[in-house]
Design a protein around this ligand. Structure first.
Ligand code: HAM
Length: 429
C-alpha cells in the first residue's frame, strides 16, 4: 500500500534549516531591546475563551468578524486560537492579580498567532510576533519608550527602509466630540448597511476602508487629531518631543486606524518600503479601556506587536541577514563499536565545554564519513579507530588547510579549546 503525502495547512509559514537560523536571529534581535529595558517573559496559552477576543479586540474588526479560528472543545466551550497577544496578556494580568503589585507590569512575549486571512506574500494564517506590554502607568514617556524598544530592534537587525507613523486617538473627551461630528458626517454619505453597522460600533473603522469610493468619500471626514482635548494634545506633544530627543524620526498620520478596537491615545505603525502590499512590520499603541472591558480595574496600558515573518522578509530585502551557515567545531568519525562508545564520551565532554561536536553515525565507511564531514563545514575532524584507541592518541585534522595535530585522547577536552583559538598556527603539515 502506498500512502499519500500530507501537506501543511494552507497559509502557514514554517522555517526549516538553514533559513530557520535567520528567523531565530531576527526574533532574538527584536526581543533583546525589550529585555534590556526590563520587560520580562510571559508565556501564555495559544487558545483562549472566545469572549476574550470578541470583547477585547472588538466586534467591528475584521479580526473578530472574519478571521478567528474558533472551535468548540469537548466540554462545549467556545475557544479561539489567539489572533493577537494583548488581550491574553491583559486576561492573565487580571486573573493573576499582577495589577495589584508593582506598576507598570512590563512583559514581553513571542510566539504564533492565527488569523484566517487570504494568504499572500507576508500574510499568513499562522504568523509570528514579538510583543511587549507596559500596563498600569499613564505617562507619555512610556509611550516613547515602547516605540523606541521596537525601533531599537529594527535598528539592531540593520534595517533602514522603514517609516514610523504615529497619531493620537485622544482621551474619552476627545473621542466623544469627534464621534458626534463623524456620525453627522456619515449621515450625509450613502453607506450600505454593513458599513453603517461597522461605523456604529467603531466610527473610526471607515478610515480603514480600502474601497476607492470610500477613500474618496472619507477625504473630507473630520479628523480626530483636530478634536484632541487640551490634556490629550499636551500628552501627544510630549510623546513627539521624547521621540525627537531619542532621534527617532516619525511621520504624523491623522488617518491611521489600527485593525483592533481597543486603541486610545498614542498609536503607531512601522511600515517597510520593500514589502509591497503587506508593508506593516509592527504596530501598537495605548489601550486605556481594555483592562476594564475585560473585568479588571480601570488601568491604562501600551504595547506593540512586531511581525517576525515580515521583519525577516524586510531584512532579506535589505540584505542585512548574517550568514546562515552552521559550522560545528568538530566532526568525529568513529570506526567500530569501541570507537563509537569513545566518540559518544568525547563528544559529551567537548559539548559540556561549549565546543560544538557532531558524530558520524551509522557505521559508514571512512570515505563516506569524510565526505559528510566535508559537507558539514566542521572546522576540525578526528578519525577514531582501534589503533587510535590503543595508542590513546588521535590526529586532529584542520579542514581549512589539512594541518594535523596529534593530541592525547585524555587531553582532548583541555587541548581542543587551544586548537580552536590558534586556528592559523600549523604544527605539522
Ligand atoms: P497588529 O497590527 O494586528 O497588532 O499586528 C502586529 C504585526 O503583526 C503587524 O504589524 C504585522 O507585522 C504582523 N501581522 C499581523 N497579521 C499578520 C499576518 N496575517 N501575517 C503575517 N504577519 C502579520 C497586534 O496584534 C497588537 N496586539 C499589537 C499591540 C500590542 N498593540 C498593543 N500592544
Amino acid at each position: 500500500m502506498k500512502y499519500e503525502k500530507i501537506q501543511a495547512p494552507k497559509g502557514v509559514r514554517e522555517y526549516l534549516p538553514p533559513e530557520s537560523q535567520a528567523f531565530e536571529w531576527v526574533r532574538e534581535q527584536l526581543i533583546s531591546p525589550a529585555r534590556l529595558a526590563g520587560y520580562q517573559l510571559m508565556e501564555l496559552p495559544v487558545f483562549e475563551d472566545t469572549n476574550l477576543f470578541s470583547r477585547g479586540v472588538g466586534e467591528s474588526t475584521d479580526v473578530v468578524t472574519k478571521e478567528m479560528y474558533t472551535f468548540e472543545d469537548r466540554g462545549g466551550r467556545s475557544l479561539t486560537l489567539r489572533p493577537e497577544g494583548t488581550a491574553g496578556v491583559m486576561r492573565a494580568v487580571i486573573e493573576q492579580n499582577l495589577d495589584r503589585g508593582q506598576l507598570p507590569v512590563k512583559v514581553w512575549y513571542s510566539g504564533q498567532y492565527f488569523r484566517a486571512e487570504r494568504p499572500q506574500a507576508g500574510r499568513y494564517r499562522q504568523f509570528y510576533q514579538v510583543g511587549i506590554e507596559a500596563i498600569g502607568i499613564d505617562d507619555p514617556a512610556i509611550d516613547a519608550e515602547v516605540i523606541s524598544v521596537a525601533y531599537q530592534g529594527f535598528k539592531k537587525i540593520g534595517l533602514n527602509n522603514f517609516t514610523l507613523q504615529i497619531t493620537s486617538l485622544g482621551d474619552g473627551e476627545s473621542r466623544g466630540a469627534h464621534r458626534e461630528d463623524l456620525l453627522k458626517f456619515y449621515q450625509r454619505l450613502d453607506l450600505d448597511d454593513a458599513t453603517r453597522a461597522r461605523a456604529q460600533i467603531n466610527p473610526l473603522r471607515l478610515f480603514d476602508d480600502k474601497r476607492p469610493e470610500m477613500i474618496e468619500a472619507m477625504a473630507d471626514a473630520p479628523l480626530l487629531l483636530d478634536y484632541l482635548s487640551k490634556e490629550a494634545a499636551a500628552n501627544f506633544d510630549k510623546v513627539q518631543r521624547y521621540l525627537t530627543e531619542l532621534k527617532i524620526e516619525f511621520v504624523i498620520n491623522p488617518r491611521m486606524v489600527r485593525g483592533l478596537d481597543y486603541y486610545t491615545g498614542t498609536t503607531f505603525e512601522f511600515t517597510h518600503s520593500d514589502l509591497g502590499a503587506q508593508s506593516g512590520i509592527g504596530g501598537g499603541g495605548r489601550y486605556d479601556g481594555l483592562m476594564e472591558i475585560l473585568g479588571g480595574q480601570p488601568l491604562s496600558g501600551i504595547g506593540f506587536g512586531l511581525g517576525v515573518d515580515r521583519v525577516l522578509l524586510a531584512a532579506s530585502a535589505e540584505n542585512v541577514l548574517p550568514s546562515q551557515e552552521f559550522n560545528s567545531d568538530l566532526f568525529l568519525i568513529p570506526l567500530g563499536e569501541e570507537a563509537k562508545v569513545s566518540a559518544l564520551r568525547i563528544a559529551d565532554q567537548l559539548r559540556q565545554q561549549g565546543i560544538s561536536t557532531e558524530i558520524a553515525f551509522g557505521d559508514r565507511a571512512l570515505k563516506g564519513a569524510m565526505k559528510a564531514a566535508d559537507k558539514s563545514g566542521a572546522r576540525f575532524v578526528i578519525v577514531l579507530g582501534d589503533a587510535e584507541i590503543a595508542a590513546g592518541e588521535v590526529e586532529v585534522k584542520r579542514m581549512e588547510d589539512g594541518a594535523i595535530t596529534s593530541v592525547r585522547i585524555a587531553q582532548l577536552p583541555a587541548e581542543f579549546q587551544a586548537l580552536l583559538s590558534t586556528h592559523s598556527k600549523v604544527l605539522r603539515k
